[in-house]
Write a new protein. Structure first.
Length: 200
């Protein structure tokens, strides 16, 4: 694992990034390089039979949109809540996911009380842990015994504070917080892992 030497960015940085991204026009969900991550996260969620999900750092709701489509195909429902500190991203997520069971909140995830974190079967951290300085604290907020799915990049870019070279980096950094069931390199540039939050 390699650190970027920079500190995490604030909500204004991500608002500007998403505004720039959306100004380029709409793309099909399947065309995004992160689609395999969202698809695998959905497969995992369905496999474990989760009835509720907290999506931490949900961005503009693309992963949620994939999940909503998967649930509709299976004629199943799930209670979903997505958190992100970018107001622009949350607004776009609400436009993308009109399913009434999908709720999006603009908030600083580190400032949410433990009772806000409780009440979910599963937790997604897709492409978020590399953006925050205190990634360990973020995982600690997940209640003990709950299911966790995460994805991290193998590259550095603006906004990243670290990258992960391979599976071993993920295992070494988060083994104290997560009892991993599976870790894999899902694309050339991304790693995914799932497991259960350990007790301290």
């Amino acid at each position: 694992m390699k650190a970027n030497g920079s500190r995490q960015k604030g909500d204004a940085f991500y608002d500007k990034r998403y505004i720039r991204e959306f100004s380029k026009g709409k793309r099909a969900i399947e065309e995004w390089s992160w689609y395999p991550i969202w698809a695998r996260a959905c497969e995992w969620l369905i496999d474990i039979g989760a009835a509720s999900l907290l999506d931490v750092g949900c961005g503009p709701g693309r992963g949620a949109s994939v999940l909503a489509s998967k649930m509709a195909e299976l004629n199943r429902s799930i209670r979903y809540e997505g958190w992100d500190f970018s107001g622009y991203a949350i607004d776009r997520a609400k436009e993308l996911c009109l399913d009434g069971e999908f709720v999006f909140r603009q908030c600083d995830v580190f400032e949410q009380q433990s009772d806000r974190w409780d009440g979910f079967d599963a937790y997604w951290f897709t492409e978020v842990l590399e953006h925050v300085d205190n990634d360990q604290k973020l995982l600690e907020m997940v209640p003990e015994g709950r299911a966790v799915f995460l994805s991290v990049p193998r590259f550095l870019c603006t906004g990243h504070v670290r990258k992960f070279d391979g599976i071993e980096d993920v295992a070494q950094r988060y083994l104290g917080r997560i009892a991993f069931r599976h870790i894999e390199q899902i694309t050339k540039n991304h790693l995914v892992a799932c497991g259960v939050r350990k007790g301290l």
